[in-house]
Design a binder for this molecule. Sequence first.
Ligand code: ZN
Length: 494
Amino acid sequence: MKKLHHKYRSTWIDIIFSVAIILLTISAFLLVFPTKGLLSKKEHPSSNANSPIQMEEIESNYPGVKIVTKTSNDPYSPFAIQYPQTNYTSFNDQILTYITEAQNQYIQMLESKRQKNAKTSGELNISFETITHHSGNYSFVLVTNMNFSDVEAGTLEIRSFHLNPENGNHYSIEDLLHNDPTKLEKIASFVRVAIKEDPSLAGHIQEKSMEMYTQPFWNNYRNYAISDEALLFYFDEQTIADQTVGPPIVTLPIDTVAPFLIDVFQPIKPVVPNEDYPSTETPTKDEDDSTQDQTTTHTENEHKVETSKKLVALTFDDGPDPKITRQILDTLKKYEARATFFMLGSRVEYYPDVVNEVIEAGHEIGNHTWNHADLTKLSADRVQKEIESTSEMIEKISGHKPEAFRPPYGAVNKTVRFQTELPVVLWDVDTLDWKHRNPDTLLQIIKEQTKDGSIILMHDIHEATADGLDAVLSYLETEGYEFVTVAELNQTTD
Ligand code: ZN
């Protein structure tokens, strides 16, 4: 009996020990690899209150840009990450790829550090700054700061991303400088002077390394931002200066660099309503080929209409937009005005209902390409795809084939013309609505420039345009104009 009792007790002890060992193993595993848990949760961000990762999405002050904030209060591997998201998948993917890589690097470094010292903790912060340019092109500057408890100095990295949230355009440093290495050489020489004259870098410049990282290679200058005041370049830590000064930022005044930049990024000039003034839709191509087609197409559209009533074709580009386009439709209806909407295939796909509302109201729909690309920069195949896919999407949604084509920026050349049978429709009145965003200026420009047979360029993605349209229509009506579509205008000309 005693023996038996003893045997029972030892079995109980065995069981208790085994359970304890299993529990200890599990908790040890969790302590060593808590990031495994983080990683799997990261793929399924949930609103679960127990989840260490919180996600929040808010509208920014910039139209079309949302700010996503992702935080974790995990005691060993906390992070706070903030990044922009837009309606453009490729832009969003670029940002997410960068963020994911930074997070992975952080977690891997932390894991290897913790294998040496289990108490090591880290901190990852990613924030961003939006630098705006009057052209609507934004530079998003992401700053990644990584710190670990076992080292004094953290690392700081700056990366730039670019987008025009209104039309999906984005410009690389090559694009900005006409893809011209001689222009980059000029910029590189300015950068070197600026580095040498920067008092915050005095005594910290690493001469040889600086020469290397400022060489006129595109890759050295890929992290840039452009505002109306300056062109900025971001260099990595320990490339041109020692780590104590962090990643150097070089600022070149816009007037210094303007002669090397494409038209889109030229400094803002006072608004002189004048046909010669470079418009929004100014081609973003080299001087060499910008003159030829621009002038010929403009004369094409100088319609000499000889009818009793004066005619005007209102055109709205870059839509549809669920709010602005509908507001414009309401105003057009009030004046029984008909207009032409040059739509982007990518937006047509997003807002099919708006497309059908435009057609049902009796307006004309034109093709404005899929992505608002400068077609003169694309191969013939891609030009065809940009135009074809847009026409197909419009037809699929509405049953109507677009019968007019307007190239983004008014940029056309022989290759572009050869890829479509649709007539190329430009404009003679550029309201510059995208730039001033002011109903009064919109009316003023239209008053000064509209004549019989005019084609007026506006954009149904700007609130100010929708707000100012009533006054525009009221004015043109009292001036005796009839509002027609581009097709109708062309019927009255030869
Ligand atoms: Zn456009």
